[in-house]
Design a protein around this ligand. Structure first.
Ligand SMILES: Nc1ncnc2c1ncn2[C@@H]1O[C@H](COP(=O)(O)OP(=O)(O)O)[C@@H](O)[C@H]1O
Ligand SMILES: [Mg+2]
Length: 280
């Protein structure tokens, strides 16, 4: 297997100096070139696991192997795209995308050509000399994706990359991301709290439960030969995931609300975007 996450356990010490277990024996496998999403309630350890694959966080127990090599630190084979684009405001779009290549001592002309190619792929050819503050949220996130991909990583780690965007922009970026994935064959590990997003984008959805984070289920997303799934199939898969998550969300709400919990249960329902408010 290309990525093997084997028996990962992690605890943090909270403000009250108590040991809190965040990840409980996580086993996940990913094939090379696959697109895997992970959904779960907020605080269930999704980002922590992503940082571990990136080599930015260590596990208490267990291991992560990529192509047989244990992850011990960050490496050029893995790049992270965060919710906030995190661009350098004093550099143009092109300079932002070139930056990592120049750090790697790539000759200037080659770096520029690669950056321009990548910006074309995310449809920003007309904005290469703009500064980040001149761009919309969706455009900034496209720059951030181009900046990640220009490094030619084997694995793209995406931590809720579209959560701050409006619905229309998100739909456009979903399509672009799928095109990019098909073109580059990069392996994608995608963290989201949006069930619909996970089902639309990925081949496999890993459903996390909370406190401590645990793999509740792995749901394969049916594929179709022409790349377009009938709405009924998408909806059915979403509902399967929602049914698993509902129990988890209820657990979180009970803990957070105590006696007030019974007042809210009637209102717990999915809205149209596939989100469940701030609880997942
Ligand atoms: N460096 C840290 N120190 C202490 N607690 C942390 C740290 N990082 C994360 N946590 C806690 O671990 C839990 C899981 O966090 P996180 O992985 O960010 O969850 P998610 O991304 O699923 O929302 C949260 O309760 C968070 O407060
Ligand atoms: Mg997170």
């Amino acid at each position: 297997m290309y990525v093997t996450i084997d028996g990962i356990e992690k605890s943090f010490v909270n403000e009250r100096k108590e040991q809190v277990q965040v990840l409980d024996h996580i086993d996940i496998e990913m094939e090379k070139g696959s697109f895997v999403s992970i959904v779960g309630p907020s605080g269930c350890g999704k980002s922590t696991l992503l940082y571990m694959i990136a080599g930015l966080e260590s596990a208490d127990r267990g291991s992560i192997r990529i192509a047989g090599n244990e992850v011990k630190k960050p490496g050029p084979d893995r790049v992270v795209v965060f919710q906030e684009a995190g661009l350098f405001p004093w550099l143009t779009v092109l300079e932002n995308v070139k930056y990592g290549l120049l750090l790697k001592k790539m000759p200037k002309q080659e770096a520029e050509a690669k950056a321009i190619d990548m910006l074309k792929m995310v449809h920003l050819s007309n904005y290469i000399h703009s500064y980040p503050h001149q761009l919309s949220g969706g455009m900034k996130q496209r720059v951030s994706i181009a900046r990640a991909l220009v490094m030619e990583p084997d694995i793209l780690l995406m931590d809720e990359p579209f959560s701050a965007l409006d619905e229309q922009t998100r739909m456009v970026l979903h399509k672009e991301l799928i095109d990019i994935w098909k073109k580059t064959k990069v392996t994608i590990f995608f963290v989201t709290h949006n069930i619909r997003e996970a089902v639309l984008l990925s081949e496999k959805v890993i459903v996390f439960g909370t406190r401590p984070g645990k793999v509740k289920d792995v749901i394969p997303v049916p594929t179709s030969t022409d790349g377009v799934l009938p709405d009924s199939v998408t909806l059915h898969t979403e509902q399967r995931i929602l049914a698993i998550l509902e129990k988890e969300i209820e657990k979180v709400l009970k803990e957070e609300m105590g006696d007030d919990y019974s007042f809210t249960t009637n209102h717990l329902h999915r809205n149209d975007s596939g989100d469940m408010g701030s609880h997942i």
